[in-house]
Design a protein around this ligand. Structure first.
Ligand code: CP3
Length: 372
C-alpha cells in the first residue's frame, strides 16, 4: 500500500488528490527551471551551452511544409493540434534545448479586431492601416478569452515537451506599430516615423494600447505554462538611441516590467540594434538578443555583467559549407564566454532555404564544443 494511504482510518478524509497534482507540477517546474536553457538565461552555469533557433518551426522543414499544405498561416496559428505538432517538429529533429511556440507577432492584433492576413513571401498585410485617432479605436484591448487557443496550445505543449522548456513570445510595441501604420513590411518606416515625430500624442496612445495587448498576450502564455518569453522588437534597429529611449523604450519597459513577477526569464531581441543593446537591456530584459553584426563579447561590455546574451551566428553562414559553419560557431561560443550566460542562436531567423541537416549538426556541435 502506498504511503499516502497509511494514515487512512475510518472516518478520515480521503487522500487529497490535488496535493499530488501540485507536487507533480512543482517537480515539473523545478526540472524546467534547472534546464540548461533557463539556467543560461539566469546567468547560471550548466552542462553545455543551450541552443535553439529563431524560426526553427517553419519553412526550412519539409514536415512543416507538408502539414501546412492548404492551410493559411493565421488559421494554423489558431489550431492547437497544428500548433503543437509544428512546435514539436524542430525539437524532435534537431534536439534543440528549447521549443518556441508556433504563432506570429500579429496574432494578438488580429484578436484585437484588426483585419489582417499573413501573406506567404511578404509577411503581415493590414487591410486598413492605423493612422488616425479614429483608427486607434479599432484596436481593442484583449483578454485571455480572445486568445484562448494560445493558452490551450501552451498547455498541450507543456505536457508533451517534458523537460524541454517552451518559449512564449510577442512582438514589441514598435515592431507591431510599424506593421499597423505601414500596412505591411517596410524598408524605410516612413509613415511610422512620420507619426512618431509628427503626432507624438497619437503615437504614445497607439504604443500604450499595443503594450497592453502584448502584456495580456504574454501573461496568457505565462499562466498557461511557458518557461521563458521573448519580446521581438525586430525592427527597432531603424531608430537612433535617443529616439528609441524617448518613443519606444517606455512602452517595451512596461511590457517587460509587467512580467517581472512572472518568474520566467525575459529575452529582448531586435535586428540592427548595435547602438540600442544597452537600452534594450535596461528596458527590463534578463537576456538580450544580439544580431550577427556585434560580437557577443563586445555586446556584453555594452549590456553589462548582469544580463545574459542570446545569438548570434549569421543565418547566411549556414549556406557556406560545414567548415565555415563550424569555425563561426566556435567563434560565437568563444565570444559568448564573456557573458554571464549565453544562449546559442542565430542573429535572426532561419532562412526558408536552409538545409535542416546543417541545423541538426550545428546543435550537436554546440553541445559537444561547450560541454564540460
Ligand atoms: O520562431 C519560430 O519558429 C516560431 C514561430 C514564429 C513565426 N513568426 C512563424 C512564421 C515567430 C517567433 C514569428 C515572429 C515574427 N513574425 C516576427 C519576429 C521575428 C523576426 O523574424 O524578426 C516578425 C517580424 C513576424 C512577421 C512575419 N510573419 C514575417 C516578416 C513573416 C515572413 C514572411 C514570409 O513569408 O517570408 C511572417 C510569416 C511567418 N511567421 C512564417 C512563419 C513560419 C512563414 C509563413 C508560412 O509558413 O507560410
Amino acid at each position: 500500500m502506498g504511503e499516502e494511504y497509511a494514515d487512512l482510518r475510518p472516518g478520515s478524509r480521503p487522500p487529497r488528490r490535488r496535493a499530488s497534482v501540485l507536487t507533480w507540477h512543482d517537480d515539473a517546474v523545478t526540472v524546467l527551471s534547472d534546464s540548461p536553457f533557463v539556467r543560461a538565461c539566469r546567468g547560471l552555469p550548466g552542462p553545455h551551452t543551450p541552443v535553439w533557433f529563431m524560426r526553427q518551426a517553419g519553412r526550412s522543414l519539409p514536415e512543416y511544409r507538408k502539414i501546412r499544405e492548404g492551410i493559411g498561416m493565421l488559421e494554423s496559428c489558431r489550431r492547437p493540434d497544428l500548433v503543437t505538432e509544428i512546435t514539436l517538429q524542430p525539437v524532435r529533429r534537431h534536439g534543440v534545448d528549447a521549443a518556441i511556440l508556433f504563432s506570429d507577432i500579429v496574432v494578438p492584433i488580429a484578436a484585437a479586431g484588426i483585419d489582417l492576413d499573413i501573406v506567404a513571401g511578404t509577411g503581415p498585410v493590414v487591410a486598413d492601416p492605423v493612422r488616425t485617432e479614429a483608427d486607434l479605436a479599432r484596436l481593442r484591448p484583449i483578454t485571455a478569452d480572445d486568445v484562448d487557443f494560445v493558452a490551450e496550445s501552451v498547455r498541450l505543449l507543456v505536457a508533451e515537451l517534458g523537460a524541454t522548456p517552451l518559449i512564449g513570445f510577442a512582438g514589441a510595441p514598435f515592431t507591431l506599430a510599424s506593421y499597423l501604420i505601414e500596412g505591411g513590411p517596410s524598408r524605410t518606416y516612413l509613415k511610422t516615423k512620420a507619426m512618431m515625430y509628427g503626432a507624438p500624442r497619437l503615437w504614445h496612445a497607439l504604443l500604450t494600447r499595443l503594450a497592453d495587448i502584448t502584456l495580456a498576450f504574454l501573461r496568457t502564455q505565462v499562466d498557461a505554462g511557458v518557461s521563458a518569453v521573448q519580446l521581438f522588437d525586430s525592427w527597432a534597429g531603424a531608430l537612433s538611441e535617443a529616439d528609441y529611449r524617448e518613443f519606444v523604450m517606455p512602452h517595451s519597459a512596461r511590457v517587460l516590467g509587467g512580467l517581472a513577477d512572472a518568474g520566467v526569464p525575459r529575452i529582448h531581441f531586435g535586428v540592427g540594434t548595435a547602438v540600442l543593446l544597452e537600452a534594450m537591456g535596461e528596458a527590463g530584459a534578463d537576456v538580450v538578443g544580439v544580431d550577427w553584426r556585434t560580437p557577443l563579447d563586445v555586446a556584453t561590455r555594452r549590456i553589462g555583467p548582469d544580463r545574459a546574451v542570446q545569438g548570434n551566428l549569421d543565418p547566411a553562414v549556414l549556406f557556406a559549407g560545414w567548415e565555415v559553419v563550424e569555425r563561426e560557431a566556435r567563434r560565437v561560443l568563444e565570444q559568448g564566454r564573456a557573458a554571464p550566460g549565453h544562449v546559442f542562436n542565430l542573429g535572426h531567423g532561419v532562412m526558408p532555404e536552409t538545409d535542416p541537416d546543417i541545423l541538426t549538426r550545428l546543435v550537436a556541435l554546440v553541445h559537444e564544443a561547450s560541454a564540460g
